[in-house]
Structures are given as structure tokens and as C-alpha cells.
Ligand binder design. Structure first.
Ligand SMILES: Cc1cc2nc3c(=O)[nH]c(=O)nc-3n(C[C@H](O)[C@H](O)[C@H](O)COP(=O)(O)OP(=O)(O)OC[C@H]3O[C@@H](n4cnc5c(N)ncnc54)[C@H](O)[C@@H]3O)c2cc1C
Length: 233
């Protein structure tokens, strides 16, 4: 379906949310993703289509995706960041099973690496908007402290958030380093039925998935969302 760009929002210095009005109303579950097709002149070898998680919550009127302009960036990202309000692209139906468990009593530990924060933004905003209280903790790691998106929102919500940057600037007063299973299991307060939601840069999610299993977490307690195209954080 066609989707029209309504406005954009800067959610960290180089990270932008793009808010769209789809041609038909879109039904989705917080945490799902879509495929966007954006035809543009001289596409590079990565092409004109990309998967993006909907960072919006189903409780919001418009739908959003959130992404970063790297240096250098693909021709797709450059075309997306040039898109003006009123212009259109093609959006698929939402899909995917990186969604909240049906049983609300299950404690959740979200671990987001970089743009992997997008499904977490969707799920936590949804819970907040429907006034549903669940046990949620968030461990959020980014390449540098300028790349924490939605910090204002998470700081306002009833979710215990730990920010860990890989590389810090002189003004950063939080934790610095590479997140490992040991980091997660030290920070998180867990119960036998805790589910760990890992999302973001594929190499980081793959590594944490292996490390957490090695540390004794059973595969059915690990829920993963792999973002291709981004390097290890
Ligand atoms: C289910 C799913 C959900 C996803 N959700 C999101 C999301 O919410 N937000 C999000 O940002 N991404 C998401 N992704 C990843 C997304 O689909 C892209 O793969 C990712 O954004 C990288 O985009 P890009 O290829 O345009 O590279 P860029 O973002 O432009 O660049 C990423 C890196 O690749 C380098 N690079 C760029 N172009 C090239 C090239 N032609 N050759 C070699 N190196 C290059 C850049 O320098 C940079 O280091 C998701 C992926 C999946 C599978």
C-alpha cells in the first residue's frame, strides 16, 4: 500500500523517526515490522527495499519507523532522509513475532542494541498507553552516547533503564563498555520465568544469544529480533 510521509522527528542527533499515514488503516501488534520500498535514482547494490520495525505503538494514529543516517549511508537511506512531507513510498503489511507475551505476569528484560530500540519503544509505549503494568527492565546499548534514541520517553516511563555506551564522550556520566551476558545478568533482577528480548545489530544479538545460553538461560526464554546491515556494537 502507499504511505504518505506526514512529518519527521529527531529522536537522537543522527536518528530520525518518520511518521506516515498509510493509504488504509494498518492493524499491527507492537513490535512487528514492515518492508518499505522507496524507488530512487541510481540505487546502490543494497537496492530499494528495507525491513523496518514499526517504532510507533498501535495506540498512535500514524505509523512510524526510526532509523539512522550513517556516514557513508546507502542510497536508500539518503533517499529516505530526503523524503519530504506529502511524498509517498510503499509499505507492506506488518509481520513478525517479536511481540509481547500474552501472559502479562511474565517478567521482561529488554536488551536493545542500537536501532534495536524500535520494537521496545513500540511495546513500552503501547503498555503505557493502555495502562497495563508489567515487570519490565531495559538495558540499552549504543555505539556512542549520542545514539540513545527516545531517552526522554524512557526516562518518563515506569521502566528501569540502564544505558551503556560502547564509546563515551567527555560529557557522558553513565556506564561504558561492551554489553555481555554477564552484564545483563548482573544488572537484571530475574525470576525463573523471565523472558529476555534481544533486538538490534545482528552480530550483537547473535553473540548475546550464545552467551546467555552458555550462562544457563534456556532458548525458550530468549526472544530475538536481528537487524541485518549494522555492525557489532
Ligand atoms: C526484522 C527487521 C527489522 C528492522 N528494523 C529496523 C529499524 O527499526 N531501524 C533500522 O534502522 N533498521 C532496521 N532494520 C535493518 C534495516 O533493514 C537495514 O538493514 C539497516 O537499517 C541498514 O540499512 P542500509 O543497508 O540502508 O545501511 P545504512 O544504514 O546506510 O548503513 C549501515 C552500515 O553499512 C554501511 N553501508 C551502507 N551502504 C553500504 C554499501 N552499499 N556497501 C557496504 N557498506 C555499506 C554504512 O557505512 C554503515 O556502516 C531491520 C531489519 C530487520 C530484518
Amino acid at each position: 500500500m502507499q504511505a504518505t510521509l506526514v512529518h519527521t522527528e529527531t529522536v537522537a542527533p543522527a536518528i530520525r523517526a518518520f511518521w506516515f499515514k498509510p493509504q488504509q488503516s494498518v492493524r499491527y501488534i507492537a513490535g512487528q515490522f514492515v518492508e518499505l520500498t522507496l524507488p530512487h535514482a541510481n540505487p546502490d547494490d543494497r537496492g530499494t527495499r528495507r525491513w523496518f520495525t514499526l517504532s510507533s505503538s498501535p495506540s498512535e494514529d500514524l505509523v512510524s519507523i526510526t532509523t539512522k543516517l550513517a556516514h557513508p549511508s546507502s542510497s536508500f537511506k539518503n533517499a529516505l532522509f530526503r523524503l519530504q512531507p506529502g511524498e509517498q513510498l510503499i509499505m507492506s503489511e506488518p509481520m513478525g513475532d517479536f511481540v509481547l507475551p500474552k501472559k502479562a505476569s511474565i517478567p521482561l528484560v529488554f536488551v536493545a542494541a542500537g536501532l534495536g530500540i524500535t520494537p521496545i519503544r513500540s511495546m513500552t509505549k503501547w503498555l503505557n498507553d493502555i495502562n497495563e503494568h508489567r515487570s519490565t527492565q531495559l538495558i540499552y546499548t549504543a555505539g556512542n552516547d549520542q545514539d540513545f534514541a527516545y531517552k526522554d520517553l524512557f526516562d518518563r516511563m515506569p521502566i528501569e533503564t540502564t544505558y551503556i555506551t560502547r564509546n563515551s564522550s567527555a560529557t557522558w556520566h553513565g556506564a561504558t563498555g561492551r554489553v555481555s551476558a554477564k552484564t545483563i545478568l548482573t544488572i537484571a533482577t530475574t525470576q525463573p520465568d523471565t523472558l529476555f528480548y534481544l533486538s538490534g545489530a545482528e552480530p550483537t544479538v547473535e553473540r548475546l544469544y550464545g552467551e546467555l545460553q552458555h550462562a544457563g538461560i534456556k532458548p525458550h526464554h530468549l526472544v530475538t529480533d536481528y537487524f541485518h546491515g549494522y555492525p557489532e556494537i
